[in-house]
Design a binder for this molecule. Structure first.
Ligand code: SAH
Ligand code: DHB
Ligand code: MG
Length: 229
């Protein structure tokens, strides 16, 4: 038997894992189909990573979840499934059309009532959340413009409860984080984000590289320490 390669077989392995774990999901497939029909880019998380978000958010008992970057609501559905009906997902999206598609997808998924979509630049929505939110967030998923990941880290830490989890998508980008990235603000943003996680004593950071239907990428997992560590 010969070794296989992640580049050639990663997608087939994803398909096998989805099949064995019973993750085929008509609600999520319908949300993707609608997003495609509406002209949205094909950059939602994969089915496996969507389930990972659900499992992680549920594992820490999330009641309030913050998402930065909604697109058509694929990951939002995965996050909304992790909270009880009286919980809330607040999701931030710049593009009004993306937000409309997400709203319809969440409605069809039966989850619209536990999701608040804030339309506009995430930096502004985050500022207003800081001024108005009484209760902190248990879980944050950062997945919008990569250049602003350092800002999104600061804001989501400020909005987090002790022990909260922050997950950041796309921190590897086919290895492009190795490029110094002086002329690529996305790469510079991700590199700065990672350095800040490492430098901040309030944070306990991890990251992992991934392969599969979305190719070579990775995500960071950041825990906001409780006072005792
Ligand atoms: N989380 C989604 C994918 C998000 S794609 C999923 O996995 O299903 C990134 C999204 O971030 C896009 O919809 C884009 O419009 C949005 N975005 C980009 N810049 C933004 C900004 N400054 N503020 C808020 N959203 C932004
Ligand atoms: C892009 C953005 C994403 O959030 C992602 O998961 C994949 C690709 C992009 O902007 O190309
Ligand atoms: Mg992403």
């Amino acid at each position: 038997m010969s070794d296989r390669s992640a580049a050639e077989d990663g997608a087939a392995v994803d398909a096998l894992l989805v099949e064995r774990l019973g993750l085929a999901d008509r609600t999520l497939e319908a949300a993707l189909a609608t997003s495609r029909d509406e002209g949205l880019p094909d950059i939602a998380v994969s089915p496996l990573h969507g389930r990972l978000l659900t499992v992680l958010a549920r594992a820490i008992g999330s009641r309030r979840i913050l998402e930065i970057g909604t697109l058509g609501g694929y990951s939002t559905i995965c996050l909304a499934r992790a909270v009880e009906p009286d919980g809330e997902v607040v999701t931030l999206e710049l593009d009004a059309h993306h937000a409309d598609v997400a709203s319809a997808n969440l409605e069809r998924a039966g989850l619209r009532d536990r999701v608040r979509i804030m339309v506009g630049p995430a930096a502004e929505s985050l500022r207003s959340l800081r001024e108005t939110e009484a209760a902190p967030f248990d879980f944050t998923f950062i997945d919008a413009d990569k250049a602003a990941y350092p800002l999104y880290l600061d804001e989501s830490v400020a909005l987090s409860r002790p022990g909260a989890l922050i997950v950041a998508d796309n921190v590897v980008r086919r290895g492009r984080i190795l490029d110094e990235g002086r002329d690529d603000p996305d790469v510079a943003g991700i590199r700065d984000f990672l350095r800040r996680v490492g430098d901040d004593p309030r944070l306990e950071g991890a990251a992992t590289q991934t392969v599969g239907v979305k190719g070579w990428d990775g995500f960071a997992l950041v825990r906001v320490r409780a006072r005792e560590g």
